[in-house]
Design a protein around this ligand. Sequence first.
Ligand SMILES: C[S@@+](CC[C@H](N)C(=O)[O-])C[C@H]1O[C@@H](n2cnc3c(N)ncnc32)[C@H](O)[C@@H]1O
Length: 429
Amino acid sequence: MSLSPQRRGRSEGPETDDVKLTPSRRGKKSLAKSVSPVRVEEEENIGLRSKKLDFTSSPKKGKSPRSYDAPTSPGKSPVRRTLSLEDTAADIKVETPKKSPGRKESTKAVVSPSPATAISGLALHSAAHKIKCSPRVEKAYQIVRTCTGTLGGNGTTGAIYGELTMGSMQRVINLMVEKCELNDQSRFIDVGSGLGKPNLHAAQDPQCRLSVGVELETIRWQLSMYNLKCLLPECTRGKEKNEKSSDITKDTPLLSGVNFMVGDIDEADYTDPFTHIYMYDLGFPPPLQQSIANKFNNSQYAQYLISYRPPRRVIDEYGYDVEFVDQITTSMHGSGENHMAYFYRRLSKAPKLTAGARSSLREVIFPARPGFTEKTTTILVDAAFEKCVKLAVGDIAPLEKYATLIVDTQLLNSERPKRDRKPARLFDA
Ligand SMILES: C[S@@+](CC[C@H](N)C(=O)[O-])C[C@H]1O[C@@H](n2cnc3c(N)ncnc32)[C@H](O)[C@@H]1O
């Protein structure tokens, strides 16, 4: 499939729907000054550069044929924000969604904000709002930190990308559980999964039955496979019967059900088999959004959408057939920059399955997991996700073999210079 770069994503500059810097902060000592020019991706709004991670070199072999480089001229790139390390969330205002003129139901459906919504940017970082994560989640992030470092990124542009803190992701998950029916039977997808943290998180809490990430950039996908490879020896497919959350410690095995695929989300015709579609989509251009909206609206199973775009965009401009449910302020790892996550519920029912739709969908058996009250079921899966989903829901051994193959043949064998000091780690964090 040949698509214009604009369609594929990552081409749209950051729009200030939800983040505003106060003029006074703009004069502060900026990171742009304190680090040498670094290639920065448009959507990610982060000018931060880790001292320890190597984000400047791009592995030649890892370059995705479908990716395209964002503008890199330091002066011209719209993302060379003058956010300094000292910037605090208090300096960033998050707008609440404006009334949508086109679709009345979108505003009618607005429910009272959850307590989390009311938290100001500064409060988000305060000890009082430190959010509790399950030991499984903490253990998963710990392993990821050991494998690929603290900050996500390292794409073909050599930039750091935006990813949520563990606490912010937990708050997103909590709101999905509270208001979006996310549970252990949910099938979660992260569109643009980067190094895979949201997927690994959803698999541990609330133990989603399936958690798949699709990522356009080859190197990011390879790194997510490296994270998965590191995690799988600690995983089981099921849990102890009658396991209580108070029973879980750092010694409790992690849960599998996760897999990552490289590719353009546009290659799928539907979002099936996923019930919850999560996307950190600030950089997704409107044509890509409209295309994903089509897949979502015509899917058999999609129920909820989590986007970083406000209702006037998601509903009126992109055409997702959804109503607004809630919103929450999230904090970015590293920069402390804040973005608003918006939660939407699907309005339309699944369309009747036509012969045309059938031809894109495959029947995949989801075996019941030990310790869960679930049955082995057959689920319709878009052909683009079939291989990835089958591996995710099956036994751990074939998935581990696949992850090892990817890491050994593609990542560790790439031309990227290897470090001798700590061979078990790809990058120093
Ligand atoms: C800001 S990162 C988010 C990473 C991850 N979701 C997280 O929260 O840690 C957005 C990702 O979307 C990916 N992306 C952009 N367009 C895409 C597309 N058409 N299909 C799949 N991934 C895409 C980018 O390569 C980038 O890694």
